[in-house]
Design a protein around this ligand. Sequence first.
Ligand code: PLP
Length: 380
Amino acid sequence: MRSQDHDRLFLSPPHLGRHELNYVHKAIEDNWVAPAGPNLAGFEKDLCEYTGVSHCVALSSGTAAIHLGLLLLGVGAGDEVLCPSFTFVATANPITYLGARPVFVDSEAQTWNMCPDRLREAITDRIARGCTPKALLLVHLYGMPARLPELLRIAAEYRIPVLEDAAEALGARFEGRLLGTFGDVGVFSFNGNKIITTSGGGALVSNQPELVEKARFLATQAKDPAPYYQHSETGYNYRLSNILAGIGRGQMELIEDRVKKRREIYAWYCTHLNELPGLCFGPSEPTGGKSNRWLSTVLLDPAQTSGTPEQLRLHLETRNIESRPLWKPLHLQPLFAEAPMYGGAVCERLFDQGLCLPSGSAMTDADLRRVAGAVREALG
Ligand SMILES: *Cc1c(COP(=O)(O)O)cnc(C)c1O
């Protein structure tokens, strides 16, 4: 799919390689369409080897992985779970599935991820109100490493287990170690717009084998070890299919290329659009952090330009280029109107000023020039 001028440029479309079909073919040839099969085991092994984590279960979505992850950490009805406000709704929805309540925390301006100071404030205030948070959802938004040392230290201090939502962050690193491997449980997504995709899918990883075993058990209807169907717990149907895992195996061969390309796209935009007044690039990497630059994001500083992100988005749309506002903070969503929020000014400003530019790893130089040209038309 090469872009001519009249073709639509999408924000982050799937980018398949050459080997996905071989794995899918093999599954069909061998009549191994269901249930779990060699592609599924292979995909889980690929993920373990790549991330350096010891155990992995491939699931039907990142959302399913977060749901099971919270369950494994003991979250249940009436509990409170700490969560950044600045994230996609799928981070927080599983809290509600379990009858628990989100407690939202603001971002900090460099990484755009959870602010350690606001986190401490939230924890001490919840404890003062008689409710110690049951878990911390730590998100690496847009593939940018959060302030891991500070956030993990605070969680450890209060003995709060950590679920790392690395749905957008496969291939990003902190001090050389892959994101998703720092929490008690880590989660990845292989949805169609992510850095690699199985068309739809997710994974849960952990270095604690019993947690991953339990996730696998719960994801396959929680069948007790008996020759007949016997169940002592509520289970789910959350396993990834052997066919889709085949797509995942082909994509895993390409992950390092995809990270390299997304980082190049971000660097290209920075170099070629840096002269435009009021256009700022971000977020930026914390010391020791290396983002996968899943999406290239910009802010428009109202002190320096009269152009708004919405005007820019609409102008790009007239050139058949898709762009999108940053995630709308969850504490501003009607769905979570009642949830407690600590801070808020930082993520509200990001939402007001930000825009995501086309970032797909199949973009050509001509595509990039086309976006840059349209941005200059709008702001120059
Ligand atoms: C995509 C995403 C999810 C959910 O993953 P799905 O595979 O789409 O269910 C969760 N959290 C974040 C931050 C995401 O971007």
